[in-house]
Design a protein around this ligand. Structure first.
Ligand code: NAD
Ligand code: ZN
Length: 459
């Protein structure tokens, strides 16, 4: 059924607004930083689920799954069997070799990039004057949980983006979770999409469990896996659950509903820009897609493209919701576009401009930069190399994309010789005395005194 002209105006979307004053930037940012993620009701819903799973364990996770995902799990047969993973891979290989080839291409790209990241992480060692050293080394986490979203869309790409960095980091046990579905797929697979299963087999992931949302993260942290860290993106319930688990375990970043800011000039193709905005908006009703340009003609052309493309889209319903709530076309000069980008710190920032390199130095806040019109955000999603799990909701100001370092921690190393101890003791003692911590002072002084005596005192 065609929408009435009125509906067209209400849904398809966005009129062009002007940003002309720097003082208005904070107001824009407040409007763009979607409230959903932090809304009180999300917070409370998630807190209730996590409390239940903490207190009642696996049965609570199973009960929440029945309630929220409509699937009755058998606690005795939770893990997806290796046979289902292998069957999915064999089936894909046989029946859709082109899709299998695409999956392998993505996996190879993401792995190459992750290995490059690992190569950049060096242990540190600095010499001390007395022959000792101080330094630090990178240590893999022992157990990591990775969340693969699966509510509205399914994300085999996210499986690769989370599992591969953990593998390259050297994590000993990787536990994947993804929401189950009522419609069966392979035996024992709880309705998990065959492509996700095939991807798990291809990655060598052996543990995959049918949990979604807050109950999945609660089970990873409080349940048997008792993971050191949970990573991976998801909807607002997932992002909020991770936030509430900080301190119980580590998290990667608050990777919630997705965001795109496109900065474009007259050189940009309106159809390309429109399709990029739609690619973002189709993820989630909470997704945000924003175009800023100083070129009003381009903005008008993109608006027309959006209107036509939304009307013809199979994902029209979600597009109307997300663009209606969080879509913007903004007319702003370069300086204000930069101010908005830096203050909002969007997850993705595309530079569809003729001189993208000239913009680069000023644009440090966004999670990932797509430089030049050829660099569509979709290439980042599907494995050009860099990870697609990225900070959202302004957390890109202070945190980084998921990567190998997410699954490593640094450990400090102090290796003093008696001569180093003797040299440090006097000033350490003096500082300890000033802080009133006498035993610190004595502990250091003993080393100084002991440097020459140690041999005699040995039993
Ligand atoms: N930031 C990133 O890097 C990145 C990457 C990929 C995807 N994403 C985001 O991941 C999200 C995927 O969302 P999705 O919904 O498709 O899948 P999802 O797996 O994140 O969420 C599904 C789960 O949400 C829970 N849930 C749904 N309604 C609930 C309610 N009312 N109360 C409590 N729990 C509820 C259910 O347990 C369900 O299993 C999108 O927002 C997308 O933008 C982000
Ligand atoms: Zn995307």
């Amino acid at each position: 059924m065609d929408p009435s002209p009125n509906e067209v105006h209400r849904c398809y979307f966005i009129s062009i607004s002007d940003l002309t004053n720097r003082a208005d930037v904070p107001g824009w940012v407040a409007a763009l930083a979607r409230s959903g993620e932090m809304e009180e009701d999300t917070r409370e819903a998630v807190a209730a689920i996590l409390r239940d799973v903490r207190q009642n364990g696996l049965p609570a996770a199973v009960a929440w799954t029945a309630r929220l995902d409509g699937v009755r799990l058998d606690p005795a047969a939770l893990g997806v069997p290796a046979s289902a993973l292998e069957a999915a891979r064999t089936d894909l290989d046989r029946n859709q070799p082109d899709l299998m080839a695409a999956l392998r291409e993505m996996i190879a790209n993401v792995r190459r990039f992750a290995e490059g990241q690992r190569d950049c992480l060096r242990d540190l060692e600095r010499p001390l004057p007395g022959g000792g050293t101080v330094g630090e080394r990178w240590c893999p986490l022992k157990t990591a949980g990775v969340y693969i979203p699966g509510g509205r869309a399914f994300y085999p790409s996210t499986l690769a983006m989370t599992v591969i960095p953990a593998q390259v980091a050297g994590v000993a046990r990787i536990v994947g979770v993804t929401p189950p579905k009522p419609e069966p797929t392979l035996p024992g697979a709880w309705g998990i999409d065959p492509l996700v299963l095939a991807c798990a087999a291809e990655l060598g992931l052996t543990e995959l469990y049918p949990f979604g949302g807050a109950q999945a993260l609660g089970w990873l942290a409080y349940g048997e896996p008792a993971v050191d860290l949970v990573a991976g993106p998801g909807n607002r319930f997932v992002a909020e659950a991770k936030r509430q688990l900080i301190g119980t375990c580590g998290i990667d970043a608050l990777a919630g509903p997705t965001e795109l800011l496109v900065i474009a000039d007259g050189s940009a193709d309106p159809a390309w820009v429109a399709e990029d905005l739609l690619a973002q908006a189709e993820h989630d009703p909470d997704a945000a897609a924003v175009l800023v340009s100083a070129d009003r003609t381009l903005l008008q052309a993109v608006a027309a493209e959006l209107q036509a493309r939304v009307a013809a889209s199979p994902r029209k319903a979600v597009l109307e919701q997300s663009l209606g709530a969080h879509g913007r076309l903004v007319c702003a000069e370069r300086e204000l576009a930069i101010a908005l980008a830096q203050a909002w710190a969007p997850e993705h920032l595309e530079l569809c401009v003729s001189d993208p390199e000239a913009w680069l130095p000023a644009l440090t806040a966004a999670g990932a930069l797509f430089i030049g019109s050829a660099s569509a955000e979709a290439f980042g999603d599907y494995g050009a190399g860099p990870n697609h799990v990225l900070p959202t909701n302004r957390s890109a100001r202070y945190t980084s994309p998921l990567g190998v370092a997410t699954f490593l921690k640094r450990q400090s190393l102090l290796r003093l010789t008696p001569a180093d101890a003797a040299a440090m003791a006097p000033w350490v003692e003096r500082l300890a005395e000033a802080e009133g911590l006498v035993h610190h002072g004595r502990s250091a002084a003993l080393r100084a005194a002991g440097a020459g005596l140690r041999a005699h005192h040995r039993p």
